[in-house]
Design a protein around this ligand. Sequence first.
Ligand SMILES: *Cc1c(COP(=O)(O)O)cnc(C)c1O
Length: 431
Amino acid sequence: MSLSTRDKSIIWHPFTQEKTAPEVVAIKRAAGAYIYDENNKAYLDLISSWWVNIHGHAHAEIAHSIYEQALTLEHVIFAGFTHEPAVHLCEELQTVLPSKLSKFFFSDNGSTAVEVALKMAYQYWRNLGFPEKTIFLSFEGGYHGDTFGAMSVGAKSGFHDHFKDLFFKVLSIPYPETWDDDEAIEEKEAHAIGVLQGYLDQYHNELAGIILEPLIQGASGMRICRPSFIKKVISLMRQNNILVIFDEIMTGFGRTGSYFAFQQLDSIPDFLCISKGITGGFLPLALTITSPGIYNTFLDDDFKSAFAHGHSYTANPLACRAAITSLDLLKRSLCQKAIKNIHHMHNEGIQSLKTNCLLVEKTRILGTIAAFDLKISKTLMPVIKKRFLEEGLLLRPLMNTVYLLPPYCIAKKELEGVYEKMIKIINELDL
Ligand SMILES: *Cc1c(COP(=O)(O)O)cnc(C)c1O
């Protein structure tokens, strides 16, 4: 029996309508930018395996560091105990972060990193004696994970509608997404700021914090906005004493060109949530990073003001070790050069898509991410996706948006080939 058949009889997949979904692809092995199925067919992983991979698959240096760590210390309880990989990882991250962000709280995935930030922000105000500050702000289209707190702040992402009666109160700000040659951006931004200003006036004493994906919303379609807009929002937050949470779960670790997207803004958040690329895509791990100022409000002789939150696998040593090695690789000039080259190749590729495909619109590029929309019926998107796979391209369009988010090890030739193949496949539709 094939692996796909055995899978079908026993496994329930994430984000999948199991009744109508095409047969799953069974992957046997992976190397560099490629994954290989049961029949040894190669797929170029252009979505970095759900945005987690950065240096390529089965990277030998990361693999060896995990192996060595496993022979020394595989896991230990993290309350009351610590270990070298956890401390060392946070010290290393400090070297690429502003000094204000110097208190690190571990969890296991993006959603939990967001839960931790929301809970800390909420409890911060309680610890200070402002229990009326209970409302969060977020953006329409913002996606922050699938647990209840994360869903509440992502209520307008379109992913969680079944559960909305169970959410806590969140005020949602319109998101002024933009693209190349967008002529209405000033208007969209002014509208968003107007709505935000209205919330500030009406709920002034109840606002606890704002959460956002800086510079680009991932899951709702690689939607970018202008840095100047985010700066304006953050300065309004500062004036009104509202805590700022940056969800950099997708944008962290070089994705947008800098180590973190917020480094392209002049603002430092109160909480930074990171996960996905942190271990180079090997193991689940997440961090919520905050300032000593916030940390200090949880200090007291009484346990009551402590942060009573933790997960069984908190700060798993294997994951921490993978993350240390991955960060070391990221800092090397080879990798920094690769990130710049991908950006450059996207510029050329997107230009040639625009010239050669009439169906392409709303092109946009940010660091190593390129995206565009297709002017076709939504029902044709699964057809396109299937054609991409047949041609050996692992792409996973979001609604009508096709995006490329490759591992940094992808070769120039490979990425050029991707653009050529995409043009061919898209133009087949145009006939
Ligand atoms: C993926 C993602 C999350 C959720 O992370 P998980 O590890 O899937 O729980 C949260 N926020 C953003 C911006 C993401 O891209």
